[in-house]
Design a protein around this ligand. Structure first.
Ligand SMILES: [Zn+2]
Ligand SMILES: [Zn+2]
Length: 268
């Protein structure tokens, strides 16, 4: 197994040392790890917090690579998409090479649903609808990513900020826009990420939910990446044992791993 969504101290919200993360991956029996530190330009509230020091990051990863020949280490990035940043992101990726790019939506109209004010004055479904519309707009304007990160990230924080009742997502209300997003991924041969960071947030399913993953499969989607989104060594490969059997049952037979932006399908 590979864990293809991992953070280190080069992310504004992690203190984890690269070496400690790798030791944890080795202990869990992973065959490969793709690190994906945050780049979120124009992050609200704390501007600059998620501006990645990509040269320092690359240096640390290159050192880790030579020091750990027994496990495959790859250097990816998780880019926080916002429509006005599309051109800047394209230029950046042309200049700085990565093995793997996760496109994630953390900010909607200047607000991160992580913070309670995103949901102020509205219920979960209203906040979710805006998030999915924004996601659709983002991926159309910027599609130079390999996998779409935690598609229903917003629900994770809706549940936390509004509780289980107010924060429950009514799938039928969002099905059309979610289908459009999944259709875009399938037509453009992008992967859908299965993110198990949800389990650390008291959820019983990954992000996105099994319902969305099943819909993707039914629509013909085949390509999935799997990542724990660990920001600490103890969370590496979290929940994989729960998710992998479910994915197999749904008909997925491989996990996508990217090396120099080229897809490799590893047996699941
Ligand atoms: Zn993220
Ligand atoms: Zn992440």
């Amino acid at each position: 197994m590979w864990d293809t969504h991992l953070h280190t101290e080069f992310s504004g919200d992690s203190q984890a040392k690269v070496g400690d993360m790798i030791a944890a991956g080795r202990a869990k029996g992973l065959s490969g790890m793709t690190f994906t530190d945050h780049l979120d330009w124009n992050y609200p509230k704390e501007p600059g917090r998620f501006d990645l020091d990509f040269y320092g990051y690359h240096d640390a990863m290159n050192r880790a690579l030579t020091e750990n020949p027994d496990i495959e280490i790859r250097t990816g990035i998780e880019i926080g998409l916002q429509p006005h940043l599309a051109e800047r992101h394209r230029e950046f990726l042309n200049k700085v090479p990565f093995d793997f790019v996760i496109g994630s939506i953390h900010v909607v109209d200047g607000m991160d649903p992580y913070y309670p004010e995103y949901f102020e004055g509205r219920n979960g479904d209203e906040g979710y609808g805006q998030y999915f519309e924004c996601m659709k707009q983002n991926i159309v304007e910027f599609s130079d990513f390999d996998t779409l990160g935690h598609l229903d990230y917003v629900v994770r924080y809706g549940l936390r900020n509004l509780g289980a009742v107010q924060g429950a997502m009514t799938f039928s209300k969002h099905r059309d826009v979610i289908e459009e997003i999944l259709d875009f991924l399938i037509k453009n041969e992008k992967s859908l990420e299965v993110n198990t960071g949800s389990f650390r947030n008291n959820m019983t399913e990954p992000n996105p939910s099994y319902e969305i993953i099943r819909l993707y499969r039914e629509m013909g989607g085949r390509l999935i990446t799997i990542g724990s989104d660990a920001h600490k060594p103890e969370n590496v490969a979290d929940g994989f044992e729960k998710v992998v059997p479910r994915l197999r049952e749904m008909g997925f037979s491989s996990q996508a791993v990217y090396i120099s932006r080229i897809i490799h399908e590893m047996p699941l």
